[in-house]
Design a protein around this ligand. Sequence first.
Ligand code: 1PR
Length: 556
Amino acid sequence: SSSTMGVYILDYGAGNVQSLANSLTNLGHSFTWISHPDDFANATILIFPGVGAFGTAIQYLQSRALLDPLRQYINSGRPYFGICIGMQILFESSTESSEQGLGLIPCPIERFDSTDKSVPHIGWNSADFLQDDPVDSSSYHYYVHSYCAKYNPEKYPDATQWVHSTTQYGQELFVSSVRKGNVFATQFHPEKSGKAGLALLDAWLRKPMSALTSAPRTPPKLKSKHSLTKRIVACMDVRANDQGDLVVTKGDQYDVREKADLTSSSAVITQTAGAVRNLGKPVALAARYYALGADELCLLNITSFRHSPLQDQPMLAVVRAAAECVFVPLTIGGGIKDSVDPDGTKRSALEVAGAYFRAGADKVSIGSEAVYAVEHLRASGKGDGTSAIETIAHAYGRQAVVVSVDPRRVYVDPTTYDGPYKDELVMGQPSGTENERGKAWWYQCTVSGGREARQLSVVELARGVETLGAGEILLNSIDRDGTGLGFDLDLINLVKKQVHIPVVASSGAGSKEHFVQVFENTAAEAALAAGIFHREEVQIVQVKEALQTSGINVRL
Ligand code: 1PR
């Protein structure tokens, strides 16, 4: 039963608008999609959830003759809620592209300064609200963007009357929501901000024109530290078991089968003879981790290299079902590449990614293809615009493209090693493990889930994927995966030094202290774990409490 009439969502065909649809459904509001310019006439409430790139959004609206009707709708005084790009288009212009915005708010959209911080700004941050409103100002909201409206009342005095809240990232203040008359818009994603975000959407839908009591405005001030939290990511490796059911599995250095029963006389002595480990059903686990406070979820289709992913309807169905009940960001990986269906139909990586975005994914994660793309980049000196990273970043924005890296240590004798990775060697410490003492190592990239090693180091890969347009690095470690020995701090520090994009530390978490360790000793923006959560050895909330006790900012 709907409490609101005539709610319309403007879908501009790029980015994850399904999440907004799912959150409205979850809240019990019905809605209609705007697909034709005439539809605006029937709308009494309009939401524009723009994810992606500014230029692509404007071009799409223009090509479908939706831009002028949108402008007319907003000018007519009917309620409008814009999200992310849906907020940015209200501004004059964006340095992201040459397209002009609607120009309601006289101020440009500009890129964050990346000299002191990672860009995109990804994660949960808080806001200073300057007006009374339906927002619980103590809550964190999810942001994912490289461009923003900088808060600058001296330079853009006429924009300040729109400012509803500001948020600090690094030492920059930006406008995180605007509100005036019939217009409300947020840079953050309420549809991905858990319970707080859903509550905000619900409050607005119930009273979209609620008169604002103009509270006296205290101009926001820069603080010594921003309040972006460190993210805790729960990861589910998904594959079919021998019965053909999709299950969440968990490897030990990427081997996901049970060890063979070596005591049985008939056992063949191999390490991989057992069944695929089954740790649960993907959608049920995703729902559980959302409820338990995960800041983000990751679903990896770990056998996607075997077949054509768009034929892999079960995985798309998993994403669709997970997105219906999970209101934090969802990353989908595995098989994001150019492929050919059994009937000969060619599918570009962009189409594959598009199918996942439409199903409800917020980001896609690219593994093997990223390695090949950087090999190509190294050979030819520059990207040719055709790689999965480039095409998807162009259409959906960098922030939607994660590169998942599967490096493995290659141990060498530092006194004799004369190979190409001399400058990247990590020296083993006397306090290290038996393997490490007196040795040095470099990190080699692999493809196909660690099955094949390539002549490419993790340093080359990290630099290359940033150049090509990746928005984030998911940094696994084959050596640490499933071992519970803790994150590979050397690896994380090495990669973190190469790039200006966020890095998600992954592999090896065995206790809550390991999360404290990774954030105290590296600049990783997020930490991901699988086994420890699947086996319920530690709860997500315990991890966050331990971090908070150590003075690390988290969303509790
Ligand atoms: O190459 O683009 O098709 O992507 C394949 C994706 O599948 C890559 O992201 C790759 O990392 C992943 N993958 C492939 N094979 C495996 C495997 O385990 N056999 N899983 C695999 C990688 C690593 C993490 C794991 C952490 C944390 N899994 O996802 O969750 O290591 O584990 P822990 O906390 O238990 O230590 P493409």
